[in-house]
Write a protein that binds this ligand. Structure first.
Ligand SMILES: NC(=O)c1ccc[n+]([C@@H]2O[C@H](COP(=O)([O-])OP(=O)(O)OC[C@H]3O[C@@H](n4cnc5c(N)ncnc54)[C@H](O)[C@@H]3O)[C@@H](O)[C@H]2O)c1
Ligand SMILES: [Zn+2]
Ligand SMILES: [Zn+2]
Length: 341
């Protein structure tokens, strides 16, 4: 089959022929890819940001945001049949550890993360496990929802954690209205009555956000932190969802977080650093966020089915992965790029 393979850090991946993945273990499921989302994390992987954390052997196949159709199932898989349209929770979990039993898939003690530390879904086929497969409702096209598997799931998970803090009258700042952010804004609108203030450095991205539920938009132009403080009577926001957290955005997110507020770090690349006295004297929190659970994904699918969350996507053929990466890197891509084999 064809797959997008990373051979070397700091170099673009190549599309090449590799052997098809096969069912080996009883709970294995091989899925034919209908759509694989391109995430800024794929750029971070190419930059080598994950190399020391995952120690993944190169070459390997990228793609951690996948949907498609069941192609082959292991002998123990009874609830899926060949041809079922499915979306994949991005992590392959054991099902037996304490975290798994609590439904906290992200912290499974014995996990793999296709596209991050093992072969992913920018290919014709991907191997996952039965626990990670969510069936799609009748008539839903996999490529149309693939962005929910990671961009949507991560945004939903962070918003769900933030909602108890977002009482009516509160303000939630959203930094970055890209792949994750555009879904995060819609989740906020669907799940809270907070005032949503969206920041982006790209005017086109910002221009789209009112339709998704933004109450205020602020262009990142150097005066944006002051503008947010002005909008909050000098107090800062109860919650900042930082979908950027690099290039200084991580410092601005902290500066826009009000007393007793929470700075949700979702993007990465930068360094989150602040004097301890600022943390204690204002009781501000820094909250880490890593994708989301299987149930988070199932809940998000329900929001999407109800029309409360819509995805803005642009599709590219699998062979055009590097055009898609160029567009993402140059800031030309609105919403999410989806590779279709
Ligand atoms: N925590 C997780 O589990 C998780 C999961 C997926 C992605 N991510 C990370 O989340 C981040 C966002 O990913 P994405 O795929 O949505 O990226 P994206 O490129 O689609 O969106 C980023 C948006 O932020 C805007 N932006 C860039 N710099 C900015 C700045 N300084 N201030 C304000 N806006 C700015 C861009 O114009 C763009 O609209 C990346 O760092 C990605 O690696 C984290
Ligand atoms: Zn991602
Ligand atoms: Zn587990």
């Amino acid at each position: 089959m064809k797959a997008v393979r990373l051979h070397k850090y700091e170099a673009r991946p190549v599309v090449e022929e590799v052997p098809d993945p096969e069912v080996v273990k009883p709970f294995d499921v091989v899925v034919r890819i209908g759509g694989a989302g391109l995430c800024r994390t794929d750029l971070h992987i190419v930059e080598g940001q994950w190399a020391a954390k995952t120690e993944v052997g190169l070459p390997y196949t990228l793609g951690h945001e996948n949907a498609g159709w069941v192609h082959e199932v292991g002998s123990a898989v009874e609830h899926l049949k060949v041809g079922d349209a499915v979306i994949l929770h991005p992590i392959v979990t054991c099902g037996f550890c304490r975290a798994c039993r609590a439904g906290d898939d992200v912290h499974c003690e014995s996990q793999s993360f296709p596209g991050i530390d093992t072969d992913g879904g920018m290919a014709e086929l991907i191997k996952t496990s039965a626990r990670s497969v969510v069936k799609l409702a009748e008539g839903v096209e996999p490529a149309s929802v693939a962005a929910l598997a990671d961009a949507g799931l991560t945004a939903y998970h962070a918003v769900k954690k933030a909602v108890p803090l977002l009482y009516p009258g509160s303000t939630c700042v959203v930094m970055g209205a890209g792949g994750l952010g555009h879904i995060g804004i819609q989740c906020l609108r669907a799940m809270s009555a907070t005032r949503i203030v969206v920041l982006d450095r790209n005017e086109d991205a910002l221009g789209l956000t009112r339709d998704w539920g933004a109450d205020e938009t602020v262009l990142v132009d150097g005066s944006h932190v002051d503008r947010v403080l002005e909008l909050t009577d000098g107090r800062g926001a109860e919650v900042v969802l930082d979908f950027v957290a690099e290039g200084g955005a991580e410092r601005e997110a902290w500066a826009m977080t009000g007393r007793a507020g929470s700075d949700f770090v979702i993007g990465y690349g930068g360094t989150v650093q602040m004097p301890a006295i600022d943390v204690i004297s204002t009781e501000r929190n820094v909250v880490g966020n890593l994708v989301g659970s299987y149930n988070d994904l199932a809940e998000l699918m329900a929001l999407a089915a109800a029309g409360r969350v819509e995805m803005l996507t642009r599709t590219y053929p699998l062979d055009a992965v590097n055009d898609a990466m160029d567009d993402l890197e140059a800031g030309r891509l609105r919403g999410r790029g989806i590779l279709v084999p």
